[in-house]
Design a protein around this ligand. Sequence first.
Ligand code: ZN
Length: 276
Amino acid sequence: MHSWNGCAPGAWFPAGELMPGFGDLLILNGYTAAAAPLIGSAVAAGAARVAEGRAWDLSRSRCSRCGRAIKAIEMVPVVSWLALRGRCRGCAAGISVAYPVTELAAVAVALWAWFAVPGNIFFATCLFGWMLLALSAIDIRTRRLPDVLTAPLAATGLLTAMLIEPDRLADHVIGAVCGYLGFVLVEHAYRHFRQRDGLGRGDAKLLGAIGAWVGWAALPSVVLLSAGGAIIFLLARSRFGGKSLTRDTAIAFGPFLAAAGWLVWNHGPLIFWAEV
Ligand SMILES: [Zn+2]
């Protein structure tokens, strides 16, 4: 038996097992999975708008060059982009490959969750993954992690903990606080010793929000995985991408935190991986 009985639901139950008596849940989960490509579209369009400094509202999408309103038929996830060969119908301006990539990533989140977590937390897990995806898409484009997304991420994390393990809610509250304060401390230490900014405050808020989902005991795994991922990425980029590694090399750290938080939520902290 494994000793970990903490905050990683994906690790509690056999993969994909549905709890008995959850017929309605299967319907909800079916709709959730079916909505994945559309969510991906909304995330891609929203990230583009935030990057251009516009509001993320429900108004009709327009070509950023000619201003032409995008028709519904041109917004079918992935298919439209391929059919248009990545060009605006009006002015032939290139449509970023970020659109189909984000749409596919949203589908991948739902597929991953379907096999990794039990049915009663499939919806919450998709929500978690899609918010992480939105934050990553925005961070890559703007180097920002807006509060308008990190705050709901933290809130839904605590809400989910309240619903699925109310007796351990304190672990998740402590996770949120420790994640945030831990990175604020690193941010100050870095500024003190290196005389410049390393981590942004958005990274601290994101780690806090992830802490609300996975609980404090899983935070070290999130930090280790994200830092390891970022280091491997930087080394690979300097080796194969021709971008040399200097003291001033900076990258968006949000996507690495997001990926680490996703892995730990679905599969448990590192100590659990070693024991299985
Ligand atoms: Zn256009």
